[in-house]
Write a protein that binds this ligand. Structure first.
Ligand code: GLC
Ligand code: CA
Length: 610
């Protein structure tokens, strides 16, 4: 595409950034050891000052908490441990007052088995809710033993089918046994989901993060995956239950509602690699959803079959992944969601770098630059702005709380001789990849319990012992902290909006295993947005710099050593201006970031105009 023909749409949701909140671990207002919504309301200024525009609240609805709220028992009420619907009203009001928006989590591939719909559904074959879930008769093997309807496995171990004695049938649960999958083929289910969306949008919520949204349409043949080794079943997931035949029809229906409210939407989509599949969901004119979370870069350290098997990766794997997604989205009027962390992923500093403690600050700032200067809507997960780390390596299994990890452990115990050595390896992998890493309480101060909950209270999950050094109070005070650096990066992105939001992306020094570099360049005015610009978003005070013809270069030293970078050899003999450097002031960095060879310090990240 010739530069002046850039046909990408502008839209307010491309320009903003999102802060994700996991309510159980954010802040406890009433000293019961569990984070809650009033706790969030009390820290809205802290969030606002980071420079984000949107707050995403993870599921806070009534739930037995088998999967920490991703098992919803009632979409219209709030879990009492988190507060009330009136508290959510206050949260919405508090966000809006500060020019921020609020996203709710929409979890509608499945419900809790404690949801009234499922209680009805399992009660008899002719109950009017029977078809709301996916029920199938048993299969029998040659010896006459009862078997599940097919060989699909649950994301949390074991068969994806649960036998229910009452009606002598199995129901499908792609996640925990207590998370039965809804049957989207049945029109009343779709209508019920539309009603839930309208309810929260009418209350003033500004959009949704949509849980495993590409699982809602499944291949109705429910065939066995053709594998002998059950560990290979995952490779068939997208053939049978992800991206099913009616996915885009369903998403178009959701899109109509979203459009009426000019709402924000991001869909979680595991198992999508195919570009045309992704584009059908996010291309601007398709009116389905704004953007998706894909998994390629977070699956990077998984083993061949299982995330808890040891895995390894190279910097070029990560770079190639980004280049591909950046390019096909730009060329096709699509849009990326940018993230390193969320409630399902370990801390980025430990996953993507080997930084020793002395480089923690610098390396976490480098990760902020590497991601946020790309084209897409950045998502920051609570604690990431502080450079919070994975759980301590000394943790035993009794500290882990997450069903994903605990079911894995119990599966290991059942399946094989799980000796001390094997246990040790499993624990090492949990410390690297378990979801618990993201779920330790936010470290607010150096006070007892890190200021997350009151002194003497036992928090629902142990707090990382490093809170004495890594905490919000210290970082807010320190102008050199990761927190303030994030604010600077988000500010720069808005200041040079044309370049960093609407510009193209070109890989630089692509083969290097030490340096991650790319350019961003704005190539034209872009198409005017049909989506009206929201009056809520943080507007940068200074006039947005006009960027026609300007090009930015981002260079990150992904190693823990001093590096010479061949700027001239990569075509950048001249730097016009250093905009940002993670070692401090751009001015001080400028002499090193100039000439034919740049001198980069360990984990140094720079953004320059060239
Ligand atoms: C998504 C959520 C995860 C949850 C799963 C089932 O992947 O992010 O936390 O366990 O869906 O709802
Ligand atoms: Ca509480």
């Amino acid at each position: 595409m010739a530069p002046s023909e850039n046909a990408n749409h502008r839209a307010w949701w491309k320009e903003c950034s999102v802060y994700q909140i996991w309510p159980a671990s954010f802040k406890d207002s009433n000293n019961d050891g569990i984070g809650d919504i009033p706790g969030i309301v009390s820290e809205l200024d802290y969030i606002k000052n980071l420079g984000v525009d949107i707050v995403w609240l993870c599921p806070s609805y009534k739930s037995p908490q088998i999967d920490m709220g991703y098992d919803i028992a009632d979409y219209y009420s709030i879990a009492p441990e988190y507060g009330t619907v009136a508290d959510v009203d206050k949260l919405i009001e508090g966000c809006h007052k500060r020019g921020m928006k609020l996203l709710m989590d929409l979890v509608v591939n499945h419900t809790s088995d404690q949801h009234e719909w499922f209680k009805q559904s399992r009660s008899s074959k002719d109950n009017e809710y029977r078809n709301w879930y996916i029920w199938k008769p048993a299969k029998y093997d040659e010896q006459g033993n009862r078997q599940p309807p097919n060989n699909w496995v649950s994301h949390f171990q074991g068969s994806a089918w649960q036998y229910d004695e009452k009606t002598d049938e199995y129901y499908l649960h792609l996640y925990a046994t207590e998370q039965p999958d809804l049957n989207w083929e049945h029109p009343p289910v779709r209508k019920a989901v539309h009603d839930i969306m309208r309810f929260w949008l009418d209350k003033g919520a500004d959009g949704f993060r949509m849980d495993v949204i590409n699982f809602i349409s499944k291949d109705q043949r429910f065939l066995d995956a053709p594998v002998k080794d059950p560990r290979q079943i995952w490779q068939w997931a997208d053939k049978w239950y992800a991206n099913g035949p009616r996915l885009h029809e369903y998403l178009q229906d959701l899109g109509k509602i979203l459009k009426q409210y000019d709402a924000f939407s991001v869909g979680e989509m595991p198992f999508v690699k195919d570009e045309s599949e992704v584009l059908q969901a996010v291309q601007f004119d398709r009116n389905e959803i704004n953007m998706i979370f894909n998994f390629e870069h977070v699956d990077i350290d998984h083993g061949q079959y299982d995330k808890f098997e040891p895995g390894s990766w190279k910097l070029t794997d990560l770079k190639n992944f980004f280049e591909r997604w950046q390019t096909f989205m730009y060329n096709n009027d699509g849009w990326n969601a940018l993230y390193w962390e969320n409630h399902d992923q370990p801390r980025s500093i430990d996953r993507y770098t080997n930084a020793k403690e002395e480089y923690r600050l610098i390396a976490s700032k480098m990760l902020a630059v590497a991601l946020t200067m790309q084209a897409g809507t950045p998502f920051i997960y609570q604690g990431q702005e502080l450079g919070m780390r994975n759980v301590p390596p000394s943790w035993g299994i009794e500290e882990y709380k997450d069903i994903d990890c605990l079911n894995h452990w119990h599966g290991m115990i059942k399946q094989k001789q799980f000796d001390t050595k094997a246990q040790e390896i499993a624990l090492q992998e949990y410390q690297k990849k378990s979801r618990d890493n993201a779920r330790t309480p936010v470290q607010w101060s150096a006070a007892e319990n890190a200021g997350f909950t009151g002194p003497g209270v036992k928090p629902w999950m142990s707090i990382n012992t490093d809170y004495v050094r890594i905490n919000a109070e210290a970082e807010v005070k320190d102008p050199n902290s990761t927190y303030h650096f994030w604010a600077a990066v988000l500010g720069l992105r808005k200041e040079y909006l044309d370049i960093f939001v609407y510009g193209d992306y070109k890989a630089v020094d692509g083969a290097s295993e030490e340096v991650y570099a790319y350019t961003r360049q704005y190539n034209g005015s872009g198409r005017t947005s049909v989506s009206h610009s929201s009056n809520l978003l943080n507007k940068i005070e200074t006039r947005v710099k006009s960027s026609e013809g300007q090009k930015a270069l981002v260079v990150c030293n992904w190693t823990e050593k001093d590096l010479k970078w061949d700027a001239a050899g990569n075509g950048f003999a001249k730097v016009k201006e250093v905009l940002l450097d993670n070692y401090g002031s751009a001015k001080e960095a400028a002499p090193r970031i100039s000439g034919d060879q740049w001198s980069l310090k360990p984990y140094e990240a720079v953004v320059v105009l060239v």
